[in-house]
Design a protein around this ligand. Structure first.
Ligand code: C5P
Length: 233
């Protein structure tokens, strides 16, 4: 099973992003392109970052009617991304349609993973805003099972839920976990957080780290620290 540290490139545009990537001379980190950068640069963001030799997780979190998601995924499948995602809350029909759209004529496709509950969602938000009465762990595991049955490869969840997801869906089912902070770091707007080392112990396959690396005084050192703690190297 592949495992890696993914840096969230949450930058407003091309110059900031490329200046950040230029800091890395000895390594080519796996990176995540989210809504901010994709809406600023479009498909050029993927082309340029792939050209530089990085693996790309395109984090656009699709959530719409099945037909629209199928067509949108067909467009994304033409970009050479390694992983992309959608919201499991769209339901199994939407997820099946996404797989259909993403699969290329030769049968290949990027990894497709489902967001269960955002790592910024607290148990209070789940109950008070979303009117979901079940405990967070049960909601996440249930969404993960639906994603698996719809043919997806894994889920985005908090590291705190990775073990439950593996127990519900098997250890080959991929867990991608944002909400990771260095010990003593600022949680920011994230709610369900833990450290890289603990994320590994809990069964995360990939950790996603944004601000603790992008806003560090020395981002390369922060990335190396994340790799050392998470991958043990
Ligand atoms: O800066 P920080 O480490 O909090 O960045 C986390 C990244 O992971 C952000 O780009 C955010 O959009 C993304 N993400 C998340 N929770 C999810 C899915 C994606 O925080 N459930």
């Amino acid at each position: 099973m592949a495992t890696d540290v993914i840096i969230a490139l949450d930058f407003p545009g091309e110059s900031e992003t490329m200046a950040f990537l230029d800091l890395f001379r000895d390594e080519k980190p796996y990176v995540k392109i989210g809504m901010e950068l994709f809406y600023a640069m479009g498909a050029q963001a993927v082309r340029e970052i792939k050209r530089r030799g990085h693996k790309v997780f395109l984090d656009l979190k699709l959530h719409d009617i099945p037909n629209t998601v199928c067509s949108a995924m067909a467009v994304l499948s033409k970009m050479d991304v390694d992983m992309t995602n959608l919201h499991a809350a769209g339901g199994s029909k939407m997820m099946e349609a996404a797989i259909e759209g993403l699969t290329r004529a030769d049968g290949t496709r990027p990894l497709l993973i489902a967001v269960t509950q955002l790592t910024s969602t607290s148990p209070e938000t789940l109950r008070g805003d979303l009117l979901i009465e079940k405990p967070m762990a049960e909601v996440v595991s249930h969404y993960a099972k639906i994603a698996k049955n719809s043919g997806l490869d894994g889920v985005v969840c908090s590291p705190l839920e990775a073990a439950d997801v593996k127990a519900a869906c098997g250890k080959e089912f991929v867990t991608v976990t944002p909400g990771v902070r260095f010990a003593g770091g600022d949680a920011g707007d994230q709610s369900r957080v833990t450290t890289p080392a603990r994320a590994r112990e809990l069964g995360s396959d990939y950790i996603v780290m944004g601000r603790p690396i992008t806003r560090a005084d020395d981002p390369v050192l922060a990335y190396r620290r994340a790799c050392a703690e998470f991958l043990g190297k």
